[in-house]
Design a protein. Structure first.
Length: 390
């Protein structure tokens, strides 16, 4: 899934809007720095901008040819030169090739763009070597510098960059939009809930677009991705694994400690735990299958919800999901542990833990998309009702 048009870019709306304005007015600065974390679109934006700049006044067919070479094949053309500076570093011969390209030369379009990718890997000698050329670029020549470590560039080089653009990681909403689009374009289906799969992929990729696309590209187009397929790459906390925890919570403490201690934990586990808890309390969940929901309800029939509420409250309130803390939460919430408490103490503790959990969830919802906020608010109301009934 390559970025071939501005509309293909997810996120960076202000930067894209600004660059399109400069393109329209033919006032793109000749030296631009794009910096930010890896895999968030610096090179893609630089390539697209280079194509726009060099083909602004030529036939559209040439633009299509450039997109094929630059974007599809990652190969230089007569008007756009791609340089991976991590390979050049301080090799004098390679540096001279870069400097020699800082002229319109034989460019078909009478314009030329050099894209210096991974610029932080340039040695100080290499950076110093191109300073003069950057200061006195020929009209029609542009240089776009891309880096993940702006601090590795010398101040003298930075001062030559007339426009410095910092790209930030995608928001949760933007990352999920990209994942859904990639899933649709590849006609992928999942054995688990689609939105849960989207959340798992984005969480694993830390909202980095390149990692999202690369992960989904591992699956054959048009296939059904199973839980086991996903587990090859990421930890998948499915309803079945959380249901196992639920069963041990009301069963063997020893076996439960062993099982909980063998699991891997991330935010997806917490999300699924909350969904299982909702169903255990008699509510519905779009993230859990009908069969799993039916099993949970039948399993919880006649059981005290104190234990699952206690465990969910403790785990959702953790700021770091360390295994020993989750095992500790499991022991404290286990049915055998709860039976040893006085009823009044159990109710008061549950109420306190529920408040703690909802307060921590409120902090986490600041950057959530609206439907996630509504889900948490619904959960809060459900817990408050449970405490009132006591």
């Amino acid at each position: 899934m390559w970025v071939k048009e501005w509309d293909d870019i997810v996120g960076h709306k202000n930067i894209v809007k600004y660059l399109k304005t400069r393109i329209d007015s033919d006032s793109v600065p000749d030296v631009i720095l794009l910096y930010g974390d890896s895999g968030i679109g610096k090179s893609s934006i630089a390539k697209l901008l280079a194509i726009e700049v060099t083909t602004k006044y030529v036939a559209p067919e040439l633009s299509d040819n450039y997109k094929k070479e630059i974007i599809d094949n990652n190969r230089s053309t007569d008007s756009i030169k791609l340089f991976n500076m991590s390979e050049i570093q301080e090799k004098e011969e390679e540096i001279q090739k870069v400097k020699a390209e800082m002229t319109v030369g034989f460019s078909t379009t009478k314009r030329k763009v050099l894209i210096l990718d991974e610029a932080h890997n340039m040695s100080k000698k290499a950076q110093d070597s191109i300073l003069t050329e950057l200061e006195h670029l020929q009209k029609g020549v542009y240089v776009f510098v891309c880096t993940t470590e702006v601090g590795a560039l010398r101040q003298a080089l930075l001062s030559r960059c007339k426009l410095q653009l910092q790209l930030h990681n995608l928001s949760d909403v933007e990352a999920k939009t990209l994942a859904r689009s990639a899933i649709s374009s590849r006609r992928l289906d999942f054995s688990l809930n689609r939105e849960m799969a989207v959340a798992l992929v984005c969480n694993w990729a830390q909202n980095q677009p390149r990692k999202i696309i690369n992960l989904l590209d591992n699956f054959t187009e048009g296939c059904v991705v199973s839980v086991k397929d996903l587990e090859v790459f990421i930890n998948v906390s499915t309803a079945s694994s959380v249901i196992e925890v639920l069963k041990y919570l009301y069963g063997s403490l020893t076996l439960g400690i062993e099982y909980v201690g063998s699991m891997k934990y991330d935010e997806c586990f917490v999300d699924m735990l909350i969904e299982v808890c909702k169903v255990a309390l008699g509510h519905t969940s779009s993230s859990i299958s009908v069969n799993d929901a039916q099993y949970i309800r039948e399993f919880m029939e006649g059981k005290d919800t104190t234990n699952i509420l206690q465990f969910t409250a403790d785990v959702a309130g953790l700021y770091d999901l360390r295994k020993r803390k989750i095992v500790s939460a499991f022991i404290k919430a286990h049915v055998s542990y709860q039976k040893g408490r006085r009823p009044s103490e159990s109710v008061n503790t549950r109420a306190m833990d529920i408040r703690t959990m909802t307060e921590n969830i409120e902090v986490k919802t600041v950057s959530m998309e609206q439907n996630d906020v509504q889900r948490v608010q619904s959960l809060e109301q459900m817990f408050n009702s449970a405490v009132t009934l006591e």
